[in-house]
Design a protein. Structure first.
Length: 324
């Protein structure tokens, strides 16, 4: 009898495991945007444990991360999109931020702390572009109200600053990269930059994190935060707001009182006076197909053949034209 019961339990366990295996896996999306040469790809590779040498992102790149479920069969999957070219290709956000994933997508804005002259323009323009895309997706639908409620919960329903901020509709993590080079700036610049970024994050209900790939401790904290967004795992909790240290501010953990001001224009003007902003012209290479970073043997062979056919067609047209 006991043997029969054990067999039945074993069969039941197999049935449950099989059913879970067939169930669609929980899936989220991380959308990376940010400064040119801010190390976005390097941070993504560290998160997914990819050892390849990062290549320049031409437009929109895709990878995915997987995490084994605790005490369950199957793995959770996270789609990871990286937008290259700063603002040049923001129209491609229509492919990575959609009606189907808007409830499960998070945005990671990477800013190069070593180039403070580009921080303000890059941050403001990209945040505006993502907001515009989100508004295109949700419009005035019921979903807009749901996202607003989630944003308030993420920031903290009882936070004393809630009525004075406008939480981003979806989770937004602002990452200050290349902290090792940022440390070489003078103290006053570091303080002003950090105050601006803290206020920018706070007003958008975002989280703020400084990182350098040269510090395993900071990389591990970053990976934990990425995992929180990608797989709903626990996030780091220890808030760091000392401007002499790499900042980390979880969602809703800052305050206007702690920052020392609440008007973003004042903080921005203070930063602009120390670090006048410069625009960088981001252009597409003359022939991306000729870039050695994007070599694909089979595709390149077909491409070369088609180019020869095109050249021959042009030659025939020119010859025909000259004979008329």
């Amino acid at each position: 009898m006991d043997g029969e019961k054990a067999a039945n339990i074993w069969e039941l366990g197999l049935q449950i495991a099989s059913k879970k295996k067939d169930e669609p896996l929980a899936q989220r999306t991380l959308q990376f945007i940010g400064s040119r040469q801010s190390g976005k790809t390097s941070l993504v590779y560290r998160f997914v444990d990819k050892s390849d040498n990062p290549k320049p992102t031409l437009a929109l790149e895709y990878v995915f991360a997987r995490k084994k479920r605790t005490n369950e069969v199957g793995k959770d999957v996270c789609d990871i999109w990286e937008l290259g070219g700063e603002n040049l290709f923001t129209n491609l956000l229509q492919f990575s931020i959609t009606k189907e994933n808007i409830s499960t997508v998070s945005v990671v804005l990477v800013l190069n702390l070593a180039v403070p002259e580009e921080i303000v323009l890059t941050a403001e323009s990209l945040i505006d572009s993502v907001k515009e895309r989100i508004n295109d997706v949700i419009g005035m639908s019921k979903l807009a109200k749901e996202l607003k409620q989630k944003a308030a919960q993420r920031f903290g329903q009882k936070h004393r600053d809630l009525d004075r901020v406008d939480p981003f509709p979806i989770p937004l993590l602002i990452v200050g990269s290349k902290y090792d080079l940022f440390e070489e700036l003078d103290l006053e610049k570091r303080k002003v930059i950090s105050s601006y970024l803290r206020l920018l994050a706070h007003l958008n209900g975002a989280s703020l994190l400084y990182v350098t790939t040269k510090s395993e401790a900071l990389v591990n904290k970053m990976k934990t935060m990425f995992s929180h967004l990608a797989f709903d795992s626990s996030s780091p909790t220890a808030t760091v707001t000392d401007h002499n240290k790499p900042l980390f501010v979880p969602f809703g953990a800052d305050s206007f009182e702690s920052i020392g001001q609440e008007v973003i224009e004042f903080a921005k003007n203070e930063l602009l006076s120390l670090c006048p902003q410069k625009t960088t012209k981001v252009v597409i290479p003359d022939d991306p197909a000729a870039d050695p970073n994007f070599r694909e043997r089979d595709i390149d062979l077909i491409y070369s053949q088609k180019r020869r056919e095109l050249d021959e067609y042009k030659r025939q047209l020119e010859l025909k034209s000259s004979m008329q």
